[in-house]
Design a binder for this molecule. Structure first.
Ligand code: NIG
Ligand code: FE
Length: 413
């Protein structure tokens, strides 16, 4: 592929060498590698970068950054962007005082989305998810994890995972697929939960593993959804088929989800709005990366995960959007990061690390994504004329991302 040189970059953020590109913890989250007055040379991968005084003279294409900032694209490690319809009626009900749990118990929530999805044409699902993906790429996202979980039948769950596979094949975004058949108990199985769980473990999981339709298996382990024992059973089966775990844990109650996730060496445990010191200690002795979803706390008006306390205790965290129609109808990473700065009292550097190298770790792509490192995929964006990193989150609600490259290919102009 042709080489491209971008010169006159005001600052490159997220610079790391190969040696230190693992998941950042505690005080390490305060550090972001920066080079000022820089260039970068790339094809599909990053070939070299450095200060303008060392800038190469030639490349197939030379671009001038005109003193704007370059950052690695965001890694959004938790999303549900394949869905049908929308749920603004539930949003209005919540504004009137109904809770997320009350709406779910009355057949709304996830079951509402499942009913819509089961009736949808897979081509329409693909088209809508593709346009959401294009939207988030234009906002700076370069890698994203996408879950099933609005199908809740064998056929519809497979349809969702097939849509995710099509997205992988037709876009430059790096995509990880997660099977979330255990997202809710379908209404017809309310009085026989075991029967639905048997369909997950005996039918869905074997088919998905055999056809390599998912990278991970997730369970919504929370009050009113799946119990710790059910989660344990499903993850056990997934592991026996070679699927690693990710968990929705401790969103609605202190559910035991963190502990069962750590027990299964989950890649990440996500949500964590209701965790205490015990869960923090459990995570400290693990390789599992805790992942918080500030948009959900904002949108459902529930507590924020205690990320300040977690980082101050020495943990590393990832942050993701959870883009979905019920608890976070936004995939805007920069806006989510701004919310995390305000409401979780995280610094711009901490939210940056949580959505770049740590987000990459939460999708096991830290060796190819999440930082500006020679040999990694050429995934980065140039901003508009902003002075520094903090300004991105300070001037919230404006898209400061201008030109996005994924695998060295320009996505927008
Ligand atoms: O991550 N908490 C569980 N699942 C999704 C929300 C799903 C929905 O309400 O549609 C989440 O918040
Ligand atoms: Fe989620």
């Amino acid at each position: 592929m042709r080489t491209t040189l971008i010169k006159n970059i005001k600052s490159i953020y997220g610079v790391t060498t190969n040696a230190d590109n693992s998941f950042k913890k505690g005080d390490q989250m305060k550090n972001v590698g920066i080079i000022h007055d820089a260039y970068i040379l790339f094809d599909t991968k990053i070939l070299e970068f450095g200060q303008m005084t060392d800038c190469p003279e030639r490349a197939d294409l030379v671009l001038d950054a005109q003193n704007t900032i370059l950052m690695p694209t965001w890694c959004d490690s938790h999303s549900h962007i394949v869905f049908a319809g929308s749920r603004e009626n539930e949003f209005v009900l919540r504004l009137q005082g109904k809770t997320y749990e009350e709406i779910a118990r009355a057949g709304g929530g996830i079951l509402n989305s499942a009913e819509k999805l089961q009736k949808a044409d897979p081509d329409d699902l693909y088209r809508d998810a593709y346009s959401r993906l294009k939207e988030v790429i234009s906002l700076g996202t370069g890698a994203i994890e996408i879950k099933s979980g609005y199908g809740l039948t064998f056929e519809s769950e497979i349809n969702m995972l097939t849509v995710i596979r099509r997205l992988k094949e037709t876009t430059d975004a790096e995509i990880k697929a997660t099977f979330l058949g255990a997202h809710a108990i379908p209404t017809q199985y309310k009085s026989d939960r075991k029967a639905y769980i048997r369909i997950i473990t005996e039918k869905m999981l074997p088919y998905i593993a055999e056809n390599q339709l998912a990278d991970y298996c997730d369970v919504f382990c929370d009050e009113g959804f799946y119990t710790v024992d059910e989660t344990d059973h499903i993850l056990e089966k997934a592991a026996s088929l070679g699927l690693k775990a990710k968990i929705h844990a401790n969103e609605l109650a202190n559910s035991g989800g963190v502990q069962v996730g750590v027990k299964h060496h989950a890649v990440s445990v996500d949500h964590l709005e209701r965790i205490g010191q015990e869960e923090i200690e459990c995570l400290k002795n693990s390789d599992t990366i805790p992942t918080a979803l500030p948009n959900v706390s904002f949108f459902l008006d529930i507590p924020y995960a205690p990320c300040r306390q977690m980082i101050d205790s020495g943990l590393g965290i990832a942050l993701a959007t959870d883009y979905n129609p019920g608890s976070s109808p936004s995939g805007n990473m920069t806006l989510m990061m701004s919310i995390a700065c305000h409401k979780m009292k995280l610094s711009p550097e901490e939210v940056f690390n949580a959505t770049t190298i740590n987000g990459a770790y939460a999708m096991e792509i830290q060796n190819s994504h999440g930082s500006i490192t020679v040999g990694k995929s050429a995934n980065f964006f140039l901003t508009d004329q902003i002075p520094n990193l903090a300004y991105m989150f300070y001037h919230f609600g404006t898209n400061h991302v201008q030109r996005v490259w994924l695998n060295g290919r320009l996505q927008n102009e």
